[in-house]
Design a protein around this ligand. Structure first.
Ligand code: HAM
Length: 413
């Protein structure tokens, strides 16, 4: 026997019972987005590698270690999408959406790919539901976008959810702050973890995320970006908060919040769930990305959005047991009556009835056992004398002619 082939590590199969649960999530999301005027988009599974390198950021883990990149037949570098924001903005620019009333509002439910260490809530192929509102810098966009995710998490019964907010300001103030932080980290190098020291130049902000104790002590006194932001950015952030309060949405401000993507400007947020393990407790998050369009050759175009992991949302939600949809008719048959039975089953389905037919060559006894498990409204047993029609909801079995079965059940289903 040859070696057994299994699904790649960090991937999983969506079996029917899982598909039902996901369909409910999709239905809930579709309703929420429709009410707020978001239109669904689907972009290609792979894009030019540059799209992600220039936006997500060359120094990020996503670009450095996690992308599934390959050369296609023409020698062009392609990447399986690790995220959906850059593709959404690319599509906005490519389709001239700047000419539409702004902001243009998209949502998506798609698969994404990152070569990460697989664990609970972390996969190499995963699904995200996401929203992007492109073309307006109004703080009301930020608040509306955040509220949509709050609404979705509430609709699916996500447990123990907390919203955390931060602001990053514009690239200029961030760059100046980065230099100040780098200098601070260098001055305390001897107390920092090796990993943090190695990344001082590449990604000094990551130091705030460190689990290393003495690094954490150093970071408690590190300069904070929020104290270095211009008034304009602070006002923007204050208005976002006013709007969220007006909508009765509770939040915490955490000025050290960092996310793994470089394109963020101004508002940054995350919804965490206490029902998940700390390392993967972010159900979803996002923020503003006012410089992203320019990074891929477009005109200055503000944008704001989020993405939430489908797997994590399902893990954090109270699952209602799946309800089996009722079956209208079960068609059984004695030997020699397969054709007539098959015809009835296909006629019944065409007429819109949920129908099951024996497909595994069971004896009549076996078929009826199967029928009693399924509990259909009708059982039709084809035999030499005609069709024995059994109605779960009434009276004795009737013996009817095969061509009249549909006539007998019509109007009752
Ligand atoms: P992200 O924080 O990289 O943001 O991912 C958003 C969410 O996707 C995470 O909070 C998590 O629930 C889920 N997720 C990410 N990676 C994995 C994984 N390997 N396995 C399972 N779930 C995962 C973005 O992707 C941005 N595009 C969000 C955004 C939209 N920002 C603005 N607009």
């Amino acid at each position: 026997m040859s070696a057994k082939i299994q699904a790649p590590r960090g991937t999983y199969d969506v079996l029917p019972h899982l598909a039902d649960e996901r369909a409910r999530l999709e239905t809930a999301a579709a309703k929420i987005f429709a009410r707020a005027g978001y239109g669904r988009i689907e972009t290609p599974t792979f894009e030019a590698t540059q799209l992600f390198a220039r936006t997500v950021g060359e120094a990020t883990d996503v670009v450095q270690k996690e992308m599934y990149t390959f050369e296609d037949g023409s020698g062009d570098s392609m990447t399986l999408r690790p995220e959906g924001t850059a593709p959404a903005v690319r599509a906005y620019l490519e389709h001239g959406k700047a000419r539409d009333p702004q902001p243009v509002k998209f949502w998506y439910l798609s698969q994404f790919f990152r070569y990460e260490r697989p664990q609970a809530g972390r996969f190499r192929q995963f699904w995200q539901i996401g929203a992007e509102a492109i073309g307006s810098a109004d703080p009301a966009v930020d608040a509306e976008v955040i509220l949509l995710l709050a609404e979705l998490l509430e609709a699916i019964g996500a447990r123990d959810v907390k919203l955390v907010l931060a602001t990053l300001g514009q690239p200029e103030s961030r760059a100046a702050y980065r230099e100040e932080l780098k200098a601070y980290l260098r001055a305390h190098e001897d107390q920092l973890s090796r990993e943090v020291v190695e990344r001082i130049d590449l990604n000094p902000l990551r130091a705030f995320d460190a689990k290393h104790e003495s690094t954490q002590r150093v970071m408690a006194n590190a300069p904070r970006l929020i104290d270095r932001l211009p008034q304009e950015d602070l006002d923007h952030f204050a208005e976002v908060q006013d709007l969220l309060r007006a909508a009765d949405l509770a939040y915490e401000v955490d000025t050290t919040l960092v996310r793994g993507l470089d394109y963020y400007t101004r508002t940054l947020f995350e919804f965490q769930s206490g029902a998940l393990e700390a390392a993967q407790n972010t159900l979803g998050g996002g923020g503003r990305y006012d410089g992203l369009a320019e990074a891929i050759g477009g005109p200055p175009t503000p944008g704001m959005g989020w993405a939430a992991g489908v797997e994590r949302m399902l893990m954090a939600s109270t699952q209602t047991p799946p309800v089996e949809p009722p079956v209208d008719i079960f068609v059984a048959y004695h030997p020699g009556h397969k054709l007539a039975a098959f015809k009835l089953a296909s006629d019944a389905r065409r007429a819109g009835h949920s129908t099951r037919l024996e497909l595994a060559g069971r004896s009549v006894k076996g078929q009826l056992k199967q029928a009693s498990r399924i509990r259909p409204r009708y059982v039709a047993i084809f035999g030499d004398e005609g069709v024995q029609l059994r109605d779960r909801d009434g009276g004795e079995d009737k013996l009817v002619a095969p061509e009249t079965v549909m006539h007998h059940i019509r109007g009752t289903l």
